[in-house]
Design a protein around this ligand. Structure first.
Ligand code: GDD
Length: 323
């Protein structure tokens, strides 16, 4: 019998990468998409899987809808990747962010508990939980100090996942993922904003990239590598929580250097400006994940270097402008 996976967040970045990975493992993959007259399937198309997944219409904020879908799909594995995932927007959209990220997780866990308690649950957690921890590296024991409405909403989902695991023996795991990027990353995130901007500059379509805080440091990996860790968590006998990261840190300056170098531009400073419009009310300065537990228990390792990731993204953006 083929295993059945239900992936929420199907039109984002991680849903399509995870679905491709699961299809290659011979799963039947159902994906939740919100009801639009024209749902945006561009990321599924980019990976060539738009006809291979079963798309179902629904909304994570609607508990009736999830109850009905769990009853009918009876998934072996449920991946909650649905989110208002842009930290920068979460101050203005604090209620929407909470409804989707926090109560959406609760709706999911309740639906599983009530209608198919053997479904294994993956919760998309985040390194944003750590805030400005003061540690050079963060691991599963680092205290949480969320600094954005986004992070606060994800903290609720994190603890609710643990609560369902402890209270009702649901196989529910949290992946505490550090930043992960790809050619189908949304252009509002800093990596893709930069690679898209560099591609436009290279193609003569623009002469500026306007950014916010250039001093931020992050642990950036490739989304295509990270989805394997999500799956591995649900293959373990016992559910647990894992940091998933590359263990290396880069700054936005490093990102700019590599992106411009990949198109042979060395004087990038003249193309970059900053604006307060892209700064956040509370910033998170430095993140770097210790992935020792994921390596030891899951046997997971990141495969793509930061340099390869940036080159891949710039290359794909250039292709889009030169087609
Ligand atoms: N988006 C954006 N745009 N960020 C900028 C800009 C800009 O113009 N200029 C500087 N930055 C800085 C942000 O202030 C932040 O410190 C850093 O670049 C990264 O911002 P994002 O790419 O928006 O990602 P994020 O770290 O806030 O959040 C991402 O990673 C989290 C995991 O750590 C998202 O994917 C979250 O959903 C995810 O949980």
């Amino acid at each position: 019998m083929k295993k059945i996976a239900f992936v929420l967040g199907m039109t984002g970045q991680d849903g399509p990468y995870l679905s491709k990975f699961l299809l290659e493992k011979d799963y039947t993959v159902y994906g939740l998409v919100k009801r639009y007259s024209n749902p945006n399937l561009a990321n599924l198309k980019f990976l060539g899987i738009e006809n291979d997944v079963e798309l179902v219409t629904g909304d994570i904020t609607d508990d009736n809808c999830l109850n009905h879908l769990i009853k009918s799909i009876k998934p072996d594995e449920y991946y909650n990747l649905a989110a208002q995932s842009f930290v920068g927007a979460s101050w203005d959209l604090n209620k929407t962010t909470s409804e989707i990220n926090a109560l959406g997780a609760l709706n999911s866990l309740n639906a599983i508990k009530l209608h198919n308690p053997n479904t294994r649950y993956y919760q998309a957690g985040t390194s944003e939980l750590f805030g400005n921890s003061g540690n050079d590296m963060q691991d599963e024991d680092t205290p949480f100090q969320p600094r954005s409405p986004y992070a606060v909403s994800k903290l609720y989902a994190h603890w609710m996942t643990i609560n369902f695991r402890e209270s009702f023996s649901i196989h529910a795991s949290n992946g505490i993922l550090f930043n992960h990027e790809s050619p189908i990353r949304g252009k509002e995130f800093v990596t893709r904003k930069i690679t898209d901007g560099v591609a436009q500059i290279k193609c003569g379509l623009s002469d500026k990239i306007i950014l916010g805080n250039l001093d931020a440091k992050r642990d950036w990996g490739f989304a295509g590598d990270f989805v394997e860790a999500m799956w591995l968590m649900l293959q373990q006998d016992e559910p647990d929580d894992y940091v998933v990261s590359t263990g290396t840190q880069n700054s936005i300056h490093d990102l700019l250097n590599l992106a411009f170098q990949s198109v042979d531009i060395n004087d990038w400073e003249k193309y970059v400006e900053t604006s307060p419009a892209f700064k956040r009310p509370a910033e998170l300065h430095s993140l770097c994940g210790n992935n020792a537990k994921a390596k030891r228990v899951l046997g997971w390792e990141p495969k793509t270097s930061f340099k390869e990731l940036v080159s891949m993204m710039v290359e794909e953006d250039i292709k889009r402008y030169t087609k």
